[in-house]
Structures are given as structure tokens and as C-alpha cells.
Design a protein. Structure first.
Length: 278
């Protein structure tokens, strides 16, 4: 009887593996989208694994009298020894069902920023950005985080629903500079960052509003002005793709310095001090 159960169990495992590889072949052939194909691989593997485990457990549980008896003997020990594992599986279910993030999203959790590259049963993986690198550029490190962290930490998603974020750059000029001309130049440079397809963005926001209360009255770039101790500060605010923050900052500063250098009555401010002598 025991030999018969071993044979059935091994056969179940072999059949499960064969079905999985058949499904992988079918998905690879007919699903062109990488993200959908990856998700299909993951889901099919989990479903087949769970089904095969349940089948094998049901086969062996009969020798103990009933499945309820078998589960009662091991549940207490499993719960205590694998508490973190169980909560991570619960976290995986939460991620799959509620979708606080998915493959390809850029998130920040517990001061760790990165792009989601993998979501498994016990953990998810990020391609890290920032840390010792500035302006959210990749560090090249992969960070593995247990799924149960989603129950205890805030998850900040850069790309969920609305795929743009607001970025700001501060430009400081001296108090005796021609601020009107400086503001005109900055507004002119920001025209490049005006959304190319404003209607598409509005439709995206409208779709997102069905799930979240997000409302932006103005999507166009804008320049704000403030007077501080060291000069006149302009804040350039504009929408940008999260992956283009550093490039946009670099391009804008190149143009700002180039344009301001052509104007004698506009000077960038920097820390200085004056010494008076008798």
C-alpha cells in the first residue's frame, strides 16, 4: 500500500512538471507581451504546485484516518515554525489580488527605492535606484524584500494609475537681476515639458479616478517665484516620466546656464559674504 502511494505521488510530480513545461512553451509561442508572459509563467507554476501538493497530501492523509486529523497534527508546528513564511505567502496573495504594485512599477518602501523585477511566493525583488547614487539612477544592486513587509510599511508607487510624477528644480538669481526676463526665459524652456498628448493624460487620470480620488486642475508646467535671503528663487514644476528625472534636470540646467550667460542683467546667486573695513 505504501509503495503504491509513493508511485502515485511521484507520478503526480512528474505530470505536474510536464504540464508546466507544456504551458511555458505555449505561453512563449503565443504571448508576445513580456509582462503578461512572465505573469502567466508565475501563476501557472503556483496553481500547479498547490494542486499537486493538495493531491499528494490527500493521498497520504488517508493512512492517518482523515485529512482533518493529518492537518491537526501538523498545523500547530507549522504555524509556529513558519510564521514569517506564512505571512509572506499572505503578503503575496495581497500583492496579487490588491495589486499595490506589479512588475515594472517603480516603488519606495522602507526608504528603499527601485523597479519591481520579480514577485515570488515569499519575496519580491527590486532593481535599486538612488541610495548613494543621486536623482534616482540605478545602483545596479538587486534588493530582495519579504512579502510580509506590505502589511507593516507604506508602499509608495511612482507609476500606478497615473504614470507621471511632478518634478521640481530650484533656480536662484541675485536680487538685482532682471527677474521678469529670467522668469520669461524659464517659462520658455519649460514649454518643452508640456504634455504632448494632454487628452491622453486626462483620459488616464479619469480612469484612475474610478479607483482613487486624484484631481489635477493644471497639467502644464509652471514657474513659481519667491524672495529669500540670498536672492530670488524660481521653482520650475513640471510633469515627467519617473525614469527621466535626471535627464530632464541635466537638459534644463544646460539650457538655463546657456540662456542666462547671454544676458548681462541676469546672474545666478551663490553663497557670498561681504567684509567692511574702515
Amino acid at each position: 500500500l505504501t509503495t503504491h502511494k509513493i508511485i502515485i505521488s511521484l507520478t503526480t510530480i512528474v505530470i505536474t512538471v510536464l504540464i508546466y513545461f507544456i504551458l511555458r512553451t505555449i505561453f512563449s509561442k503565443y504571448i508576445k507581451d513580456k509582462k503578461i508572459r512572465y505573469t502567466s509563467f508565475k501563476i501557472s507554476r503556483y496553481i500547479l504546485t498547490i494542486l499537486s501538493i493538495l493531491l499528494i497530501v490527500s493521498i497520504w492523509a488517508k493512512s492517518l484516518g482523515s485529512l482533518a486529523t493529518f492537518l491537526g497534527l501538523v498545523s500547530a508546528g507549522i504555524t509556529f515554525a513558519l510564521k514569517d513564511v506564512i505571512t509572506s505567502i499572505a503578503g503575496w496573495l495581497y500583492i496579487i489580488i490588491k495589486r499595490p504594485f506589479s512588475i515594472g512599477d517603480r516603488i519606495e518602501i522602507k526608504k528603499i527605492k527601485g523597479d519591481i523585477i520579480d514577485i515570488s511566493l515569499l519575496r519580491f525583488s527590486l532593481l535599486e535606484v538612488e541610495n548613494w547614487i543621486k536623482d534616482e539612477q540605478s545602483t545596479g544592486r538587486i534588493v530582495h524584500i519579504p512579502n510580509n513587509i506590505v502589511f507593516n510599511e507604506a508602499v509608495m508607487n511612482y507609476t500606478e494609475g497615473f504614470t507621471f510624477i511632478w518634478n521640481e528644480i530650484n533656480v536662484l538669481i541675485t536680487l538685482n537681476s532682471n527677474w521678469e526676463k529670467a522668469k520669461y526665459i524659464l517659462e520658455d524652456l519649460l514649454k518643452h515639458y508640456k504634455p504632448q498628448n494632454n487628452e491622453k493624460i486626462k483620459k488616464e487620470l479619469k480612469k484612475t479616478n474610478k479607483k482613487y480620488l486624484i484631481s489635477y486642475r493644471n497639467l502644464t508646467p509652471i514657474v513659481y517665484m519667491d524672495v529669500i535671503d540670498s536672492g530670488i528663487k524660481f521653482t520650475l514644476r513640471y510633469l515627467i516620466n519617473p525614469w527621466e528625472r535626471r535627464k530632464s534636470k541635466n537638459d534644463l540646467w544646460e539650457q538655463i546656464i546657456k540662456r542666462f550667460s547671454q544676458e548681462r542683467d541676469i546672474n545666478l546667486a551663490y553663497k557670498t559674504f561681504t567684509v567692511y573695513t574702515k
